[in-house]
Ligand binder design. Structure first.
Ligand code: TXE
Length: 453
């Protein structure tokens, strides 16, 4: 028998709904149904899978507003961001709806016959999702996994399951076979862990903290189960003295405070060349003070609350004892509010090394190009980063030298569904999205046909 968890609206602190917490037997039942559904799904023509995913995309498009409102309620995302996230899910589905007919193998020259390769689906894929971008991160896994002929069991984060639950219903409404895409709510240590240990889950995709990611990978190693990990970050926003400083400063708050800093790609370290350090801070201050924090249901809001009371305490603990340069504003009262905060940091400080996952940015000076690169690489992470310079040669050199999976020059872009995304070092293993993602949900089979038998 499953028990339930109470969901809280982070903007008000009030309870909104009870959601079941599955036990191991219920997880096993979902996996058993997925095994059956997957066989029929993979046996169908590629066009059938493509059409089904296009229908799923259309149903999501028709329900963007409902999904967005659910995310505002459950996660405190500003409504405009939530609408973008829901539309993004439809776009990801549409993009990978093109994959079933493009999963071509190879024909390799051999003597005495014919040699061909097939991209075989794994079977059932387990996807474990965090609370920061509940819908979009889920779709990065389930869309390409389904396109490649797999079934999916998806575990949303305990705090934010509402949009995932609704996506599971919309999949059935769109005509996807019953059991093919199952959303199983519950705790990480029960549901997530069962994906890791169950022999019929043949691949795991995990997004979350580096600590849990390492334990998921260790568990998957026991059964030689491939795993994709999207983990933490401490990404650098590197501002050189030849940059367009006005533009760099104006865009810096959005690069770290979007989603209240609860973003694995948040540019949570701003590294500024010493010769323009003071000028940059002068320009940054009004941009931070103007960052609009408040009611997430308003279209003018740029940043909502943090996800929970305990996460707010954790974020606050990072700021204690630091040198705060200036702060933005946040509402008082109920809800897990935290004002955008700019800290002047030294190399080696905890605030310059660890992922805060909140609206806190550390600013550090550097001397020259080599020093800037050294500082950018001076954390265990390597997910994203931005480079601000008007010097093309420098942009090329620095982009090649910074050890991050995703970099952006004179902008802060990180995720486009048609380009690869993922981290180096402690930020992860494997890549999601981009042109090859469906193939990552397959195993290559090589078959030799003897012609002279
Ligand atoms: O992550 P967890 P939490 C970082 C961020 C944040 C911290 C904690 O710093 O403050 O992690 O967040 C499931 N086996 N990031 O506690 O615990 C869990 O139920 C299998 C950064 O939410 O890693 C949830 O669905 N699954 C990151 C998911 O794993 C398990 C995004 C993530 O939970 C499990 C999120 C287990 N033993 C957090 N234990 C980013 N950078 O994007 C938990 N889970």
């Amino acid at each position: 028998m499953s028990d339930s968890a109470t969901l809280i609206n982070p903007a008000t602190g009030r309870a909104i709904r009870e959601v079941p917490r599955a036990d191991v037997d219920e997880v096993d039942e979902a996996i058993a149904r997925a095994v059956v559904a997957q066989r029929a799904w993979a046996a169908g023509a590629p066009l059938e899978r493509a059409d089904a995913l296009r229908r799923f995309a259309r149903v999501v498009e028709d329900n963007v507003e409902e999904l967005a409102q659910l995310e505002v309620l459950n996660s405190g995302h500003p409504i405009e961001s939530a609408r973008w996230e829901a539309s993004h899910v439809a776009q990801v589905l549409n993009f990978y709806a093109g994959a079933p007919e493009r999963l071509s193998g190879q024909q390799i020259p051999v003597g005495g016959g014919l040699d061909v390769t097939f991209h075989e689906p794994y079977g059932v894929v387990g996807i474990i999702v965090p609370w920061n971008f509940p819908m979009s991160i889920a779709s990065w896994g389930f869309a390409p996994a389904l396109a490649a002929g797999n079934a999916v069991v998806l575990k949303p984060a305990e705090l934010t399951p509402l949009t995932a639950i609704r996506l599971g219903e919309l999949a059935v409404e769109a005509g996807l076979p019953e059991g093919l895409f199952a959303v199983v709510t519950g705790s990480g240590s029960v549901v997530g862990q069962r994906f890791v240990t169950h022999p019929d889950v043949r691949k795991v995709v995990f997004t979350g903290s580096t600590e849990v990611g390492v334990s998921v990978a260790a568990g998957c190693a026991q059964t030689l189960k491939p795993v994709t990990l999207e983990l933490g970050g401490k990404s650098a926003n590197i501002v050189f003295d030849d940059a367009d400083l006005e533009l760099a400063a104006a865009s810096a708050p959005g690069a770290v405070f979007d989603n209240a800093g609860q973003d694995c790609c948040a540019r949570s370290r701003i590294l500024v060349q010493r010769s323009v350090y003071d000028r940059f801070l002068e320009l940054l201050e009004p941009a931070v003070r103007d960052w609009r924090v408040g009611d997430p249901s308003l279209e003018s809001t740029q940043m909502g609350p943090l996800i929970s009371a305990s996460h707010r305490s954790s974020v606050a603990s990072f700021v204690e004892g630091t040198n705060v340069a200036f702060r933005g504003t946040a509402p008082d009262g109920d809800g897990f509010w935290f004002a955008p905060t700019v800290v002047l940091a030294e190399r080696g400080d905890r605030i310059a090394q660890e992922e805060v996952f909140g609206p806190v940015v550390a600013v550090l000076p550097f001397d020259d190009e080599a020093d800037g690169i050294r500082l950018a690489n001076d954390t265990i992470y390597g997910l994203a980063g931005s480079i601000w310079t008007e010097n093309l040669g420098r942009a090329v050199r620095v982009a090649r030298a910074v050890k991050s999976g995703v970099l952006s020059v004179n902008s802060h872009s990180s995720v486009r569904y048609w380009t690869p995304f993922g981290g180096m070092k402690a930020s992860g293993l494997g890549r999601e999205l981009g042109p090859d993602a469906a193939e990552h949900f397959t195993e290559t089979k090589n078959v030799y046909f003897a012609a002279d038998a």
